[in-house]
Unconditional design. Structure first.
Length: 369
């Protein structure tokens, strides 16, 4: 059976790329088709794989400024010739599901979410653009055209897999399609529990980390820790377009530390010794929260989206119900590490293991062929 994998763009190291890595390991002979490939950011996962990129890769600024070519992406993904494949698996939150396949090809879409800036977050996306109102109106018209294409593209998929029940509901709402939920994989064996019983007060810290973008709401965590003061330390890992704004926001507060881009090994160590991981945004699933739990550390999370499916209040973490600095400040003040059992937290995280994901994907494909 000839298999092809399709991904939106390989330009960053995020949750979707981790899913693609596991799929690529499951199908070692499968080529990977993607709109563009930024090697320095993602080469550690796909160094020796056959990567087929679109015409956007060769256009001026096509890799570093691929957003310039947003309106061209639907056409670019349709250029991929997939006639020779028996099974096509698209791993996507935007364009990859729009590939055109042969009548005898089975197209399975692993959907991380219907495209946020086209559907659920359109108005927020446009409001956060740093352009004048006339340019924003032009962007709105472009998004309207792409939204119509995206709805048609969803009909090209034979079977949908949703990465959470939250996303499953969105697929029904925006695409009118059924799906089966298979949670993303976390390599839980890479994370171990640390003994924090003798940790000194000055060594204690809370942790937040992600791709730093406005919708991730790291700003409200910073505002909370500015109010909490020097008795509460915050470490932030990750990089992104919002980094400089967040640094200015935290300027002058020595209890807040930016770590930048870190290795997987460094991240595992940060999880181990953190008091708790803070998840301030509404996630489709939330791999970082599960990684923290795999290291036996509880999660303080906004009670919406994927976090409501992965975190058990009082056992593996705590929730706050309002996306405000005051809500985070309150729950951090009430947090007590001794209220949580690291072994129970890690055991729960095993429900989202790499092995579980692989077994469920194989079973889904087998029953679908």
């Amino acid at each position: 059976m000839k298999v092809a994998l399709i991904h939106d763009h390989l330009a960053q190291d995020g949750g979707a790329e981790k899913v693609l890595k596991v799929l690529a390991d499951m199908f070692p002979e499968a080529p990977i088709y993607t709109l563009l490939y930024e090697r320095k950011n993602i080469d550690k996962y796909f160094k020796n794989r056959q990567i087929e990129t679109s015409v956007i890769q060769k256009l001026p600024g096509g890799v570093k400024h691929y957003q310039w070519y947003l309106s061209f992406m639907p056409l670019a993904v349709e250029f991929f010739d997939l006639r020779d494949f028996d099974l096509v698996i698209s791993d996507t939150s935007s364009f990859a599901k729009g590939v055109i396949t042969s009548p005898n090809t089975l197209h399975i879409c692993y959907c991380h979410t219907p495209t946020r800036y086209l559907w659920s977050d359109t108005h927020q996306y446009i409001n956060e653009l740093r352009y004048n109102k006339w340019f924003k109106k032009i962007i709105s018209l472009i998004l309207n055209r792409i939204r119509l294409w995206d709805r048609v593209a969803a009909d090209r998929v034979d079977l949908f897999i949703a990465n959470s029940k939250t996303v499953q509901k969105r697929i029904v709402k925006y695409y009118r399609r059924d799906s089966e939920v298979i949670y993303p994989p976390v390599d839980t064996q890479n994370f171990t529990i640390a003994d924090l019983s003798e940790q000194k007060p000055e060594d204690k810290y809370f942790l937040v980390g992600c791709r730093l973008a406005p919708y991730k709401r790291v700003d409200i965590v910073i505002e909370a820790f500015k109010k909490l003061g020097n008795d509460y330390r915050l470490k932030i890992f990750g990089n992104g377009v919002d980094l400089e704004r967040l640094k200015k926001l935290a300027d002058g507060h020595s209890n807040i530390e930016f770590l930048g881009r870190i290795s997987d090994e460094e991240k595992a160590e940060l999880y181990r010794y953190a008091q708790a991981f803070i998840n301030p945004q509404e996630e489709d699933f939330g791999i970082t929260a599960v990684e923290s739990m795999a290291a036996g550390r509880p999660v303080i999370a906004y009670q919406k989206g994927g976090a409501t499916e992965t975190i058990i209040a009082g056992k593996t973490g705590l929730f706050f119900t309002e996306q405000t600095p005051e809500a985070i400040e309150q729950v951090v003040k009430s947090f007590k590490s001794e209220d949580f059992n690291p072994r129970e937290i890690k055991d729960w995280a095993e429900n989202f293991s790499l092995q579980n994901f692989q077994e469920k994907i194989k079973a889904f494909i087998s029953k679908s062929l």
